[in-house]
Design a protein. Sequence first.
Length: 298
Amino acid sequence: MKEKAIRLPEKNIAQEILMIVPAICLLVLFMVIPFFEGFKLSLTNQKLIQGPVSPKFIWFRNYVEILRDKEFWQAFKNVVLFTVMVIPLQCGFALFMANVLNRVTYGKGWLRGLFFLPYITPMVIVAMIWRSMYQYPEGIMNIVFNSLGLKPIDWLGNEKWAMPSIVFLSAWQAFGFQMIIYLGGLQSIPKSIYEAASIDGANPMQQFWSITFPSLRETNVLVLIVTTIQALKLFTQINIMTKGGPNGATNTLVNYIYTKGFEAQKIGYSSAASVILFILILIIFLIQNALLNKKQDS
């Protein structure tokens, strides 16, 4: 009996192009054009209130001044410190809570919504609440310290404690988002693997390091990329709680851009700093994406 050949549907190239056109248009409209407009502005001495004098092209003078500015490097150092501190705290707690929720039988949806609530709450509100909690000396945190017989701490006014205080707040506020991502990754792991490991005598800790963590490799990279980009864009907490102080201890790149652009009214200068931040985020994204692709290929 002669078998009939199976005909695969032909690709409609025109239809595929038509489907990606809206995405490309949005990318060009909200990413490409603003970037090049910002880059063009960064080559000028544009002021926020220019006055009768027209802005002039000064080419790369703004970039040279930024790279010579100690305040910029202090802000860069602070944002790197914040990123290094917040990633393990936030991602580690998110993974832990995702594991706990994955084992919960009843009320999982309610708990998931409860933990996700801080993330969808506007950061301005969260920062104002935590600023009152950190208040010296009568904030909630210091009331707890007094009840334990400890001295109150000026959480936001002390150079030693200001950045860790911002880190703790940020990790608490955003861990719910990473937790949801991890929970999705955990639910995609077949339960039969854990059952086989239990039969072989593996305890929960051995199952986590031998099965769970390796299976979440792609999820870990995704969470790392998202958390890193969020950390580099740190601004609202700083603007509400410390204004970059004390003595620049919590100043970040975005806050640096804001102060130079709107307080010092140096729009061209702040545009150059924005371009540098954009390139920094792009480089980190490409590196992390390359690592993900390399792991997938291996």
